[in-house]
Design a protein around this ligand. Structure first.
Ligand SMILES: C[S@@+](CC[C@H](N)C(=O)[O-])C[C@H]1O[C@@H](n2cnc3c(N)ncnc32)[C@H](O)[C@@H]1O
Length: 315
């Protein structure tokens, strides 16, 4: 029993090292063995507590690391492990994805692509007088960053050819990889039509790390014949599917829809679809142009005592 406990703790610290890499603070490159743990259900309240605590501790860890405070970092890391580490956080997130608890965000992406196809079909038949059934000629190459399982809606859809990565894989079809360390594509066929960042940006503890993650997405997207005018998907891809907890946009001192749009526009993105539910903000951003070297600091855009501090900084 004691041995099992020790093993769990060690794994937790490996997972944390990978997380530190994600925030760009510690470049230690550690590859974990894939974990195929079964998911025992957590109650909704317990799951939310685990998730909230994990985020808070990760932020404290990053702050301690930024100050080179080794002792504080060690203490926080021990607390993260006590809280179950990334493994328990992922389990809690999987429970959150179940349809009883808000569901799988990739369903919204599929809905939107269906709408885009239908409106393109209508436009085309309106101009030619004939009805055209537009289907996607080529599957869309999707990079799912922060993939928890291969069973979500986008994985089941024939529309996509999905590549999945996560800091810690829970399934053989998910690669253990930090997106911030993924080698840059050397040629077009290593790029993607869509990158999904669903509840991943808010996992990154520091505002500068979030900006860097958004900037990095632009390097993995490709413009290809889908963009040609007769494709039903012209004007919609390549893009980033960005899902955030709603309060990151609706109740932050440092971020609102306008500020996010300014940041994304600076990176060359234009908003083509969005939806706000009670819990989540879903957005589809098309990469239109070149990234500019704009700088966005942590500036108050929405003052108020009851606001949160979620921010994105572009350096
Ligand atoms: C809340 S879960 C999101 C899961 C799922 N995408 C969803 O929408 O429910 C966040 C996941 O993002 C992963 N993640 C965070 N930063 C990452 C990075 N830089 N590269 C790869 N995965 C990352 C974490 O390991 C974690 O499993």
């Amino acid at each position: 029993m004691a041995r099992v406990k020790k093993q769990q703790k060690r794994t937790g610290s490996i997972l944390l090292s990978r997380h530190r890499t994600a925030s760009g603070i510690d470049s230690a490159s550690v590859v974990t063995h894939p974990r195929f743990a079964t998911t025992s259900a957590l109650s909704s309240k317990a799951g939310r507590t685990v998730i909230r605590k994990h985020h808070t501790l990760q932020k404290r860890l990053s702050q301690a690391q930024a100050k080179n405070d080794v002792e504080a970092a060690r203490t926080v890391q021990a607390e993260i492990e006590e809280n179950g580490g990334l493994e328990k956080y992922q389990r809690a997130s999987i429970c959150g994805q179940s349809s009883q608890r808000g569901g799988d965000s990739s369903k919204i992406l599929i809905e939107w692509i269906g709408e885009i196809q239908r409106s393109a079909s209508r436009a085309k038949s309106g101009s030619s007088g004939t009805t055209t059934d537009h289907t996607i000629e080529q599957r869309l190459k999707l990079l799912e960053v922060g993939a928890l399982s291969p069973d979500n809606a986008c994985s089941k859809s024939p529309m996509f050819d999905v590549r999945r990565i996560d800091l810690s894989s829970r399934h053989p079809s998910i690669e253990t990889q930090d997106f911030m360390e993924r080698p840059l594509p050397k040629q077009g066929d290593e790029k993607f039509d869509i990158i999904s960042l669903s509840l991943v940006l808010n996992y990154v503890p520091l505002p500068t790390g979030r900006g860097a993650m958004l900037r990095r997405t632009t390097k993995f997207l490709r413009h290809r014949p889908l963009d040609q005018a007769d494709s039903p998907l012209a004007g919609s891809f390549p893009s980033v599917f960005l899902v955030l907890p709603a309060p990151c946009i609706t109740n932050s001192r440092y971020l609102n829809e306008d500020r996010l749009a300014e940041i994304m526009n600076c990176l060359g993105y234009a908003l083509i679809r969005s939806k706000l539910s009670a819990k989540l903000s879903y957005q589809l951003w098309r990469l239109n142009g070149d990234t500019k070297r704009g700088v966005f600091k942590k500036e108050e855009v929405n003052p108020g005592k009851s606001r949160n501090n979620f921010a994105i900084v572009l350096e």
